[in-house]
Design a protein around this ligand. Structure first.
Ligand SMILES: [Zn+2]
Length: 79
């Protein structure tokens, strides 16, 4: 049988993948998007900040803000 050697073949595929928060483990597929880089065409993933972790940080900030107010009140007694 005759043979063509070194035939170049190109193909495109879709790749499904999952995204999880490395800090709390929450699924972030709904917070993620894909794109190709403008200049080099590299595959890129954009991921919004994890909503669970942001909520936890907001709670931490609230607690620290309250603690600052407590300390400011404490300091004002010595003025
Ligand atoms: Zn998280």
């Amino acid at each position: 049988m005759p043979t063509f050697e070194n035939v170049e073949v190109s193909a495109t595929v879709s790749v499904d993948f999952e995204v999880y928060c490395g800090t709390c483990g929450a699924g972030l597929c709904g917070e993620s998007d894909t794109r190709h880089s403008r200049n080099r065409g590299y595959l890129q993933v954009t991921v919004n900040a994890c909503p669970n972790c942001m909520d936890a940080k907001d709670e931490e900030i609230k607690d620290l803000t309250y603690r600052i107010e407590e300390l400011e009140n404490e300091l004002s007694k010595y003025e």
